[in-house]
Design a protein around this ligand. Sequence first.
Ligand code: ADP
Ligand code: MG
Length: 698
Amino acid sequence: MSTVTDYFGSLVFDDRVMKASLSAKVYNSLKKTIDEGERLDNQVADAVAQAMKDWAISHGATHFTHWFQPLTGVTAEKHDSFISPSPDGSVIMEFSGKELLQGEPDASSFPSGGLRATFEARGYTAWDPTSYAFIKGKTLCIPTAFCSYGGEALDKKTPLLRSMQALNKQAMRILKLFGNEDVKCVRTSVGPEQEYFLVTREMFDKRPDLIYTGRTLFGSKPPKGQEMDDHYFGVIKPKVLEYMTDLNDELWKLGILAKTQHNEVAPAQHELAPIYGTTNIATDHNQLTMEIMQKVAVKHGLVCLLHEKPFAGVNGSGKHNNWSIATDTGVNLLTPGETPYENAQFLLFLCSVIKAVDDYQDLLRLSVATAGNDHRLGANEAPPAVVSIFLGDELTAILEAIENDTPYNAAEKTLLKLGVHVLPKFPRDTTDRNRTSPFAFTGNKFEFRMLGSSNSIACANIMLNTAVAESLKQYADILEGCDNFDETLHKVIQDTIKEHKRIIFNGNGYDDEWINEATTNRGLLNYKTTPDCMPHLLDEKNVELLTSHKVFSVPELNSRCEIMLDNYNKAVNIEAQTMVSMVRKSILSAIDAFASDVASTLASKQAVVPGIKSAYETTLITRLSELIDEIDTNTLKLEEVIAEIKTNDNVVAISETIRDTVLPLMETIRAAVDEAEEKTDKDYWPYPSYGELLFSVR
Ligand code: ADP
Ligand code: MG
């Protein structure tokens, strides 16, 4: 049996394969492109394509595809085979540098938010050489960016790469000021912890809501939920372990560093965390991970649910985006250093994040906004919709000392002066972890915990990188050419703390009192839903930020705002229609059938004993009839609103109707149906119960 080290990355055209299959000249030139973003000339591209094709064919591939991330949220691919006809009737396998560099998928049905009229529907994909090509099934997949012919980004990768560039540029200015001459570039790294649910295929197939929307639209609470806390880190069930083992193998073959797996809080909920990597690669890997998770589940007779809130009343699934900034020389800029200067540099980078998160709370909030995640944020299981930063007591005390020019602790007589004192190490102490904060410092990185489990991590990192780039830019503008570096630096840090300390909160983020304090006293934003936050993408300050760092153009921003709202509208619309169909086709008739059988029982009892009271049957029939009417009336209303939405083409107006009318109606219908489910004999109920769904995997 081969070991992990033998097959890790076996399906990836990685550095090992490149070195072995390319001439030194081609390899060096490709490396330059990968590391320093240099343009690849056509001859080199041809040589790389040739090697890639030979390698892929030797691994059983017959096709290639440009693999990209359109704004639908999932990845897209269009397979072309390598075959090319020969005059003698046979085929040869061909793949050119041109095909590697650029593709032209028929892009007309990908969302473009008006960037690309259908008559000029062509878009093109362009190779991202920094993310390795890989084989999936029989297809060589080439990670690419996806743009319109006018050059506007139609995907998530393009702006992500631009945001990494923006951060690199500004961080390099700062590092120069601190005398880091050897650093060539700065990159952000991400380790996304992925949560998910597993249910059996058999149960899943019986639930149209899961099939069409990824979440249950109905379901009364099971007798046992997550109140015992016996699932979190509990023993993993054999069937789940088989799944995880298989999943790890598949991910490892693709060079994905799957590292940690454990049960989560809710029954049937689990987590997978990889070892962190460069942001754009981590993003590709997370997309791939989500895809493989679903595929492997099918092989095991399971379905992997990535929805943020598959079950009401049960914890939803998130994705923690662990984020840090590091130099190519291997220095994590969010780690306190060994010398006073390194510490000062650390504090400046720390401040850049504090300032960024405060200045652009709205962008961070909207970067995680989806119909699914709206159910999770602020639901007592995930951070609230209010963005704040957890720093821990020690770091907060240090910042306070700097802010007020007071000694850092009572024992210390001297004031903490930057560039003079060495900061204490901040241990990555588990007792000091705050799991209720949306944005927590964890010793050497920040953990952005608001992302939903099905979200691409691209959007959150685009906003984070750009916002931090802006802080650094403002700092560099002040520090470059100042007369007294140490003093100016001290002032910059002090000013940042004074101006932005409102965003720092070390307490319980799930507490209602905090929301009150945050919004009334601190003036922090609280955008509860996608329609509340998304239009702020186009606020002047946000447009200024994103265009000045060349991450988005104005047309790109307009189109994204429209697409994100449209995605929200469509998702909820599908849910509403599924709900109507389940109610009309199965639920009402099931309740009716049961009520009518109870009525027959009552009638037959009364035939034997005339005048018998039978309060049980009478009360039950009465309540079920009331519920039936309530469900029917509200479903009629829902149908009317759905019809009305169809006649509207203003995405903002539709999203508001959905928030204010559709979702509340759905809640009302659901409450009545769930009550009816509790009262109805299970043999009559058309769908598996929550208990069956949550406890079916053994
Ligand atoms: P938690 O205690 O939050 O569950 P885990 O150890 O499960 O933490 O996951 C932490 C994640 O953070 C992992 O994906 C890990 O690789 C990642 N991580 C660790 N260090 C860094 C770093 N410097 N930058 C980005 N991510 C990091
Ligand atoms: Mg975590």
